[in-house]
Design a protein around this ligand. Structure first.
Ligand code: 1CP
Length: 354
């Protein structure tokens, strides 16, 4: 791997994480023990998270390096997962670029005003690199404690960001964004190019500060047809990824309900693909041609089922994952807030012994 543009003391360069099970698996080299981490492993399922967050708004927590680092480390200490994922949010770089966005408890990202017209998009400002200093500082504090466990940096893909920007907040079908790409392709192009540059810069800051892998979340891409995805979305995901390809870390690409898009999502430049729980993992592996490392896909609904039911399901996921060159066990989507954290610790032990 070529890491010439990473600092010599980066964990991928100085020997700490390059041979870790997660990094090996993302590169298609199956490690002896199957690695596991959970999307949304930091957050409301942990009492220690809820205690730390009292009195601090979500975005303020993301921009406080001490807090973001501590919250990132909590699930790693508790569950012995094989990777930590940096505690932040996909809308943080939008906020840092001056967009009026807040994360409303129980709802998600909400904008002061939606961004839909050519004039709205023209008023968007670039993200000044200095604004990313709290992100780099949070990442650096975190990797200083993680030792040989890799930190995964992440960012939202341009379409998922546009789904919030155009709608003005969470939506079910992301209909306005799906209309805009056809109704006003020039404005769509300008918006998606801006989003790709801002989210790419956010990802780059995390990698340079010490993250050893990158996950691009196109959570809502599953609302798109393959034709729309290929024509109006994939080029901008590619542009976002182009901000970090010179750094040589592995990239995972994940979306919800993307069974029809898996190959196209890989083709934007991903080393590994995350698969949600709507299709069996071996079917996803087959659709990817059998030669792509995968991540997934425990059904989050089963976290609250009796242990025997969940245990059989986890072992089935591990078994189906053997059809891929390598497999990182994860959920099909994030940890539900009401999850008993001890269940997650039990899954880690089970996967490691399977
Ligand atoms: O106060 C709180 O605790 C708010 C809940 C919360 C948390 C813990 C939000 C609001 N974001 C986060 C952290 C977060 N967001 C992480 C942390 C790292 C980890 O996984 O442990 C990550 C990776 C994200 C990324 C994110 N934010 C995505 C992509 C991943 C996914 O779940 O699909 C998306 C779509 C968001 C938007 C968002 N932020 C928060 C919420 C509730 C939402 C979803 C809203 C919606 O349904 O549209």
């Amino acid at each position: 791997m070529n890491h010439v543009n990473l600092p010599a003391e980066h964990p991928l360069v100085d020997g700490r994480t390059a041979a870790s099970p997660v990094i090996r698996a993302y590169r298609g080299d199956r490690p002896p023990v199957t690695p596991v981490w959970f999307m949304r492993q930091a957050g409301r399922s942990l009492p220690e998270y809820r205690a730390l967050r009292v009195g601090t708004a979500m975005l303020d927590a993301c921009l406080d390096p001490e807090l973001s680092s501590e919250i990132t480390l909590q699930p790693w200490r508790r569950h012995a997962v094989d990777a930590a994922i940096f505690f932040s949010d996909i809308v943080v770089p939008l906020k840092l670029a001056g967009v009026d966005v807040d994360i409303v408890a129980g709802r998600g990202p909400v904008l002061g005003a939606p961004i839909r017209s050519a004039a709205d998009v023209a008023a968007l400002r670039p993200l000044h690199p200095d604004a990313l200093a709290p992100i780099g500082a949070g990442v650096a504090r975190t990797v200083a404690q993680l030792g040989s466990t890799p930190l995964i940096g992440f960012a939202g893909a341009p379409f998922t960001l546009a789904a919030y920007l155009v709608e003005g907040g969470p939506s079910k079908d992301h209909l306005r964004a799906r209309t805009l790409m056809h109704a006003d392709p020039a404005t769509w192009h300008a918006l998606m190019t801006w989003a790709a540059d801002v989210t790419g810069a956010f990802l780059r800051a995390q990698i340079l500060a010490g993250a050893s892998a990158a996950q691009l979340f196109d959570s809502w891409a599953g609302s798109l047809s393959l034709a729309d995805y290929t024509a109006h979305v994939a080029p901008y995901s590619k542009l976002a990824i182009s901000h970090v390809t010179d750094l040589g870390m592995p990239i995972v690409h994940f979306g919800v309900g993307t069974g029809e898009l898996l190959g196209a999502m890989r083709d934007v430049g991903a080393d590994a693909v995350g698969i949600d729980d709507r299709i069996p993992l071996d079917e996803g592996i087959r659709r990817l041609g059998g030669n792509v490392p995968v991540q997934g896909n425990i059904n989050p609904a089963l976290l609250a089922a009796p242990w025997e039911v969940l245990e059989a399901h986890v072992l089935d996921v591990v078994e189906r994952g053997r059809a891929a060159p390598a497999h990182v066990v994860n959920l099909g989507h994030g940890v539900p807030p009401e999850t008993d954290p001890d269940v997650l610790s039990r899954i880690v032990a089970l996967v490691h012994s399977a």
